[in-house]
Design a binder for this molecule. Structure first.
Ligand code: IMP
Ligand code: MG
Length: 213
């Protein structure tokens, strides 16, 4: 069977993440990003899932002060959309941490490149992360932020890769579980490109082959 002929994106019960499969690439994509091989999660599926998570978050944080902490750069696209599905007053802050650089393998070393602008003691903090791969970045962030004594600390992640986590993590709000493949789009990059794609997809193998390492 052709690799991209299979469609097995399915929604699960509210509250549980959708497991996604491979979707045929929409024809318009080639027009501006010819390096994309397949669409893994469509724009429509992302928006529907974020709307659902926004509802849950609105319900869970009703009457409480909420601070969204975005992990730069990857989470900025998701953060903008998710926040508009949350029907509560809230505030934003951002952290930037080093992850892969230009490569596709995690080093396991996490460095804070930009810290929060404000104190989080006593605040209800919701970390917004694009993708959890090994889990090392998130695990480090949770440990670090916990020492600052927030009233609560939870995680909202767009994607979690299956079977590759090196540390156990409790991700309360998770949109999608994906196979352990490298993906780009909707905030995620390869060599800083592809963040502006409105969907999540995989790259053609020659993109990696041609890359200068
Ligand atoms: P972890 O520490 O291995 O969980 O990696 C977390 C970070 O690596 C994410 O926040 C992303 O910035 C980056 N990352 C992991 N997997 C991917 C991917 O498939 N595409 C793009 N970036 C990724
Ligand atoms: Mg990230």
């Amino acid at each position: 069977m052709e690799a991209n002929a299979e469609v097995r994106s399915r929604s699960t019960a509210a509250g549980s993440p959708s497991v996604v499969g491979v979707l045929t690439l929409a024809p318009h994509v080639n027009a501006y990003e010819s390096d994309i091989e397949q669409t893994l999660i469509t724009q429509q599926d992302i928006q529907a899932k974020l709307a659902e998570l926004g509802e849950r978050i609105s319900h869970d944080y009703q009457g409480r002060d909420l601070l969204l902490v975005g992990v730069l750069k990857g989470a900025f696209v998701m953060m903008a959309d998710l926040a508009r599905y949350i029907r509560l007053p809230l505030e934003f802050d951002f952290m930037a941490v080093s992850s892969y650089g230009a490569a596709t393998q995690t080093s396991g070393v996490v460095r804070i490149l930009k810290d929060l602008d404000h104190d989080i003691e006593g605040r209800n903090v919701l970390i917004v992360e694009d993708i959890v791969d090994s889990g090392l970045t998130l695990s480090y962030l949770l440990k670090n932020l916990r020492t600052r004594r927030p009233a609560s600390l939870e995680v909202c992640a767009l994607m979690q890769k299956l079977d590759v986590q090196q540390v156990p993590l409790d991700i309360k709000y998770k949109a999608f579980e994906i196979p352990p493949v490298f993906v780009v789009g909707y905030g995620l990059d390869y060599g800083e490109r592809f963040r502006n794609l409105p969907f999540v997809g995989t790259l053609k193998p020659e993109v990696y082959r041609d890359a200068v390492t």
